[in-house]
Design a protein around this ligand. Structure first.
Ligand code: HDD
Length: 716
C-alpha cells in the first residue's frame, strides 16, 4: 500500500518538477535509461556482445582450459570494475542529495544586485547535498556530528554555492587549523578507531587545547548534532560573506535556511540504536518524503550589517566561531528553497556533485573572514584530486548558463572547442570581457592597510561569552541532553588528562554543568569553580524550542500498527485510513509476515492482511509512533511476545505517541507501567512523563498525539 502511494505520488512529482527546472532538462541530455526492453548489451566501444558470462577460453567437453588475454570484452568488464571507486571526500564523505528550486518572495535589491536575490519572478534550480562530517562513505547517518548543508544554485549568472552546515559556528577561526581539527576528530591514526565519532581522546584533547572551539563543542553536544531528519534541521552559510548593491554599497551577510517542519532531533538512545538498525535512516527519510510528494522546504534568510557598522559589536563579525545574535541583527526571510526530485543515479549526481565556497555571482562577495579565505583555496583544490581538473564539466556541476573561456585540455576533457586559437585576446576575438553592466563580476574595491604578519585581531581572542550565551539559552531538557552528551563522550576517553582538563574548560562556562560531568566521568567536582564570571545573558534562535513547525503535520511520519491474529478490523482499518489521508505512512507489524486474520475472519476463505514487517525484522526506533488496535486474541498473543512488549516500552522511553483501543489499552498500560507513573481513569498517562497514550482513540486525537509527542520529544 505504502509503495503504491509512493509510486503514484512519484509520477505526479516528476511531471510537476521537470517541466520548469532548467537543470533537470540539462541533465536529461546526459541520461540514459536501463529500463528499455529493446536494448542489447554492448561493450563500451559499442559492439553488441553475444555473451557476457563466459571468458573466451581454450576448452573442450571434458576440459576447461585457460582464459585468453585476447578477450577484450572480458578484460574491459574487469578493468572497468577494478576502477569503479574514486577517492571519497576527505571530510563530509557520507551524504545524500536532491534537486529542487529556489524562489524569492521579497527582493533584496536594497543590499545586492544578484539576480538570484532580487528577481522575484525567477525559479532557480538547486542541488542540495546533506552530509555528516567525520564518517567514511559507508558510515551511519545518525551519529553525533555536524551535518553538511551544501547548496548549489544554478543561476542565470553562473553557479553560486553556499557550502554550509546545520550549526552556525565552527571549531576554528583560521583555515590553517583545518587539517589539525579534522585529524584530531577523524579516527585515530594508529588503529583507525573510532569510526564517525567524536567520542575519543584526540577529539577532546584538541577541544581543550583550542579554547576557540568551546562555543562549537557546546553546539555539537546539543541535540542539533543528532537531527531526526535532514528535513528538520537548519542550514547556515557559517562564514561572513558580503552583498553589494547597484549603488556599490557593501553589507556583511550571513545566510540562513530554516525548515518549514521545525527543528527536531532524535534522543541519544534512539540515535545510537538506529545507527546499527538502519544506517541509511536519514537518506531513506529524505528519499521517501520526496517520492511521496511531501517536499521539504526551508525559508531562506539573510542577516545584514552595513559596512560602516563592522566594528559596532563586542565580537568580530568575521569570526566564524561567533553567531550574530538575532536581537542585534534580525534575520530577514526573503526566499524559499524546496527539494522536489530525487536523483536518478547516486554516483553521477550526488557523489560527483562538488561545491566551492569561491563560487559566487555578481552582487555577492567574500569578506576577510580568515576561515572563508582559506576555504576559497581548499575546495577547488580538493575537487581536482577527487574528480579531476575538468570536474565542472560533469553534468551535475555544469552551470546552466554558457561557459566560454580558454581553459583547455586536462584529463577527461569533454567539450570540443572549435577555432584555431586558445588564448585571449587574439586576432579573431578581442572583444573585452563583460563590464559590470554587461554582467561581468567586478571585485569590490576595498581599501586595505595593515602589517604583514601571522596574527588575529583582538576580538578574535575572546572565546567563552557566546558558548555561555548558547548554554544559557537552552531549555532545561536541552541542558540535560548536553550534560549527558558530554558525559557520554568523555566516558569514551580513557586518558585522564583529557577528561579531567575538559571539566575545567566546561567550568569556565557553567560550573554546575562541569561538576555534573566530572561526577560522571571522573575528575574532582569539589575542585571545580566558576573560573570565569558569568554574564547570564540569553539570546533567541539558539534553542530548538524557538523553531516549532509553522503548520503542524504528520505527513511522512512513520506509524507502526501492531496486530496479531484476532485483531479488531474496524479499529485497524479506521486508523490506517485516517493516517493515510493525513499523508502519514502506516506500516503493519505483526509476529509474522504471513497473512494475519481479523477477529471473526475465516482463515480458509478470508483475505487476511499481509504485514509489512514482522516484529523481529523491524524495531520501534525506526517509527515515529505505534498504534495497537484491540482484539482479545490479538492482544493475548502480543502479551506473550517479549519483542512486542519491548516495542511498546522502547517507544515510550523514546517519547513517542502510543495509541491503543479496546483490549490494547491495558496491554500498553502494563507494558509501560513504571514506578511513580499514574494513569487517568480512561488510561491516559497524565503524570510526569510528557508522553501521550490516548485510550479513547479517535483518528484525530491520535494525529494530535503524534504531533504533540514529536514536540514533547524535543523538550522532555
Ligand atoms: Fe568544508 C567539504 C562545510 C570549513 C575544506 N565542507 C565540505 C562540505 C561541507 C562543508 C558541507 C561537503 C560538501 C559536499 O557535500 O560535497 N566546511 C564547511 C563549513 C565550514 C568548513 C560550514 C566552516 C565554516 N572546509 C572548511 C575549511 C576547510 C574545508 C576551513 C579547509 C581549509 N570542506 C573542505 C574540503 C571539502 C569540504 C576538504 C571535502 C570535500 C569537498 O571539500 O568537496 O575541501
Amino acid at each position: 500500500m505504502a509503495s503504491q502511494l509512493l509510486a503514484s505520488a512519484k509520477e505526479k512529482a516528476t511531471e510537476m518538477t521537470s517541466a520548469k527546472n532548467q537543470k533537470i532538462a540539462d541533465l536529461a541530455i546526459a541520461t540514459k535509461d536501463v529500463h528499455h526492453e529493446s536494448w542489447r548489451i554492448t561493450s563500451d566501444w559499442g559492439t553488441k556482445q553475444s555473451n557476457t558470462d563466459d571468458w573466451l577460453r581454450v576448452a573442450s567437453d571434458d576440459h576447461t582450459g585457460p582464459g585468453l588475454l585476447e578477450d577484450g570484452f572480458a578484460r574491459e568488464k574487469i578493468h572497468r570494475f577494478d576502477h569503479e571507486r574514486i577517492p571519497e571526500r576527505v571530510v563530509h564523505a557520507r551524504g545524500t542529495g536532491a534537486h529542487g528550486k529556489f524562489t524569492l518572495f521579497e527582493s533584496a535589491a536594497d543590499v545586492t544586485s544578484a539576480g538570484v536575490l532580487t528577481d522575484t519572478s525567477r525559479e532557480t534550480p538547486v542541488f542540495l547535498r546533506f552530509s555528516t562530517v567525520l564518517g567514511s562513505r559507508g558510515s551511519a547517518d545518525t551519529v553525533r556530528d555536524v551535518r553538511g548543508f551544501a547548496v548549489k544554485f544554478y543561476t542565470e549568472e553562473g553557479n553560486w554555492d553556499i557550502v554550509g552546515n546545520n550549526i552556525p559556528v565552527f571549531f576554528i577561526q583560521d583555515a590553517m587549523k583545518f587539517p589539525d581539527v579534522i585529524h584530531a576528530a577523524k579516527p585515530e591514526p594508529h588503529n583507525e578507531v573510532p569510526q564517525a565519532q567524536s567520542a575519543h581522546n584526540n577529539f577532546w584533547d584538541f577541544q581543550y587545547l583550542h579554547p576557540e572551539a568551546t562555543h562549537m563543542f557546546f553546539w555539537t553536544m546539543s541535540d542539533r548534532a543528532i537531527p531526526r531528519s535532514y528535513r528538520m534541521m537548519q542550514g547556515f552559510g557559517v562564514n561572513t560573506y558580503t552583498l553589494i548593491n547597484d549603488k556599490n554599497d557593501r553589507h556583511f551577510v550571513k545566510f540562513i535556511f530554516t525548515p518549514e517542519l521545525g527543528v527536531h532531533s532524535l534522543v541519544w538512545d534512539e540515535a545510537l540504536k538506529i545507527a546499527g538498525q538502519d544506517p541509511d535512516f536519514h537518506r531513506k527519510d529524505l528519499w521517501t518524503a520526496i517520492e511521496s510528494g511531501a517536499y521539504p522546504k526551508w525559508k531562506f534568510g539573510i542577516q545584514v550589517i552595513p559596512e560602516a557598522k563592522e566594528h559596532d559589536f563586542d565580537f568580530d563579525i568575521l569570526d566564524a566561531t561567533k553567531v550574530w545574535p538575532e536581537e542585534l541583527v534580525p534575520i530577514r526571510y526573503i526566499g524559499q528553497l524546496e527539494l522536489n526530485r530525487n536523483v536518478d543515479e547516486f554516483f553521477t549526481q550526488t557523489e560527483q556533485s562538488a561545491f566551492c565556497t569561491s563560487h559566487i555571482v555578481p552582487g555577492i562577495g567574500f569578506s576577510d573572514d580568515p576561515l572563508l579565505q582559506g576555504r576559497n583555496f581548499s575546495y577547488q583544490d580538493t575537487q581536482i584530486s577527487r574528480l579531476g581538473v575538468n570536474w565542472e564539466e560533469l553534468p551535475i556541476n555544469k552551470p546552466v548558463c554558457p561557459v566560454m573561456n580558454h581553459n583547455r585540455d586536462g584529463a577527461m576533457r569533454h567539450t570540443i572547442t572549435k577555432g584555431t586559437v586558445n588564448y585571449w585576446p587574439n586576432r579573431f576575438h578581442s572583444v573585452p570581457p563583460a563590464t559590470e553592466k554587461e554582467g561581468g563580476y567586478v571585485d569590490y574595491a576595498a581599501k586595505m592597510a595593515g602589517i604583514k604578519s601571522r596574527m588575529r585581531s583582538t576580538k578574535f581572542k575572546e572565546h567563552k561569552n557566546q558558548a555561555e550565551l548558547f548554554y544559557n539559552s537552552m531549555s532545561e531538557p536541552e541542558k540535560s541532553h548536553i550534560m549527558n552528551a558530554l558525559a557520554f563522550e568523555l566516558d569514551h576517553c580513557d586518558d585522564p588528562v583529557v577528561y579531567e582538563r575538559m571539566t575545567t574548560r566546561i567550568a569556565e562556562i557553567d560550573v554546575d554543568l562541569a561538576k555534573s560531568v566530572a561526577e560522571m566521568v571522573g575528575g574532582d567536582p569539589t575542585k571545580l569553580e566558576q573560573s570565569r564570571p558569568k554574564h547570564n545573558k540569553k539570546a533567541k534562535g539558539l534553542s530548538q524550542m524557538d523553531y516549532a513547525p509553522e503548520k503542524p503535520t504528520i505527513a511522512t511520519r512513520m506509524v507502526a500498527i501492531m496486530i496479531a491474529d484476532g485483531y479488531d478490523a474496524v479499529a485497524y482499518n479506521g486508523i490506517k485510513a485516517a493516517l493515510t489521508a493525513a499523508g502519514a505512512l502506516p506500516f503493519t507489524i505483526s509476529p509474522r509476515r504471513n497473512k494475519i486474520f481479523a477477529a471473526g475472519e475465516d482463515k480458509s476463505t478470508g483475505k487476511g492482511v499481509v504485514a509489512d514487517h514482522h516484529l523481529e525484522g523491524m524495531r520501534s526506533t525506526l517509527f515515529d509512533s505505534v498504534f495497537v488496535p484491540g482484539g482479545a486474541d490479538s492482544i493475548a498473543t502480543l502479551r506473550k511476545n517479549g519483542r512486542a512488549i519491548h516495542w511498546i516500552r522502547e517507544s515510550f522511553g523514546h517519547l513517542k505517541a502510543i495509541g491503543a483501543t479496546g483490549e490494547a489499552v491495558q496491554f500498553v498500560r502494563d507494558a509501560v507501567d513504571l514506578p511513580g507513573m499514574t494513569f487517568s481513569t480512561d488510561g491516559d498517562v497524565v503524570d510526569s512523563y510528557g508522553v501521550v497514550t490516548a485510550s479513547q482513540v479517535s483518528p484525530n486525537s491520535f494525529k494530535e498525539a503524534i504531533q504533540m509527542a514529536k514536540g514533547a520529544k524535543d523538550f522532555v
